[in-house]
Write a protein that binds this ligand. Structure first.
Ligand code: 5RP
Length: 235
């Protein structure tokens, strides 16, 4: 088995363990990315088998996948809050602080997670880190005034003793999020104070959201070579 296939198998194992948190009648948030995709597949199988749930997707891609699988979808406007959201992450630290947004869905992901009684994150063990920041931190910004917003971000980073490159996500043109915004990926190396950094970034005009998820995940399901490990609340 190739390393990529092995990693994908672990993502599915984590997703399968998360299915144990799902109860009939639940209102579920469905995450975005290759790991969350496995979870959505598994929920789809259960729905075909008769499980009754209603779900909210964290991206257009997830909504399309869920629709194709026959999973009943709703919105946060129609459901007051969700019971459980299961989503992937780019990094998880031992305190269940996360970097998310590698797939560009951080804004909806954070809104859905914050509207949920519980967020469980599913990852393979390569995502578990001692200190966040090796993965570039995604920051979703409004296209208007991009250069000014970027300068404010640079100042905020410098104020916390952080340095590193900031790159506008995209190829021949900028990547556009589901909300119509751009993403700046900040390579910071190590983020010692994610709470403080998150607060500083949130105050910058033009910043829509950042990929630091602090105080949102209650459970992390981590699949590695030795099996599945659960951090936080297991059930
Ligand atoms: C999307 C995300 C994803 O959950 C994160 O990037 C992990 O993705 P994958 O499971 O494909 O590694 O935050 O915005």
């Amino acid at each position: 088995m190739t390393a990529a296939a092995d990693q994908d198998r672990r993502k599915r194992e984590a997703a399968r363990r998360a299915l144990e948190l799902v109860r009939p009648g639940m209102k579920l948030g469905l995450g975005t990315g290759t790991t969350a995709r496995h979870f959505v597949d598994l929920v789809g199988e259960q729905v075909k088998g008769g499980l009754q749930v209603v779900c909210v997707g964290t991206s257009k891609a997830t909504e399309e996948q869920a629709k194709a699988l026959g999973i009943p979808l709703s919105t946060l406007d129609d459901l007051s809050d969700l019971d459980l959201t299961v989503d992937g992450a780019d990094e998880v630290d031992p305190q269940l602080r996360l970097i998310k947004g590698g797939g560009g869905a951080l804004l909806r992901e954070k809104i859905v997670a914050a509207a949920s009684k519980r967020m469980a994150v599913i990852v393979d063990s390569t995502k578990l880190v001692r200190v966040l920041g090796a993965f570039p931190l995604p920051i979703e910004v409004v296209p208007f005034g991009l250069a000014a917003t970027r300068r404010h971000i640079e100042r905020a980073l410098a104020g916390l003793g952080l340095a590193g490159s900031i790159r506008l996500r995209g190829g021949s043109g900028p990547f556009i999020t589901d909300g119509g915004h751009y993403i700046l990926d900040c390579s910071l190396g190590a983020i010692d104070q994610p709470e403080r950094l998150g607060e500083s970034l949130s105050m910058i005009p033009g910043v829509v959201e950042h990929g630091l998820f602090v105080g949102l995940a209650r459970t992390a399901i981590i699949a590695g070579a030795e099996g599945v490990q659960v951090l936080g609340d297991p059930d």
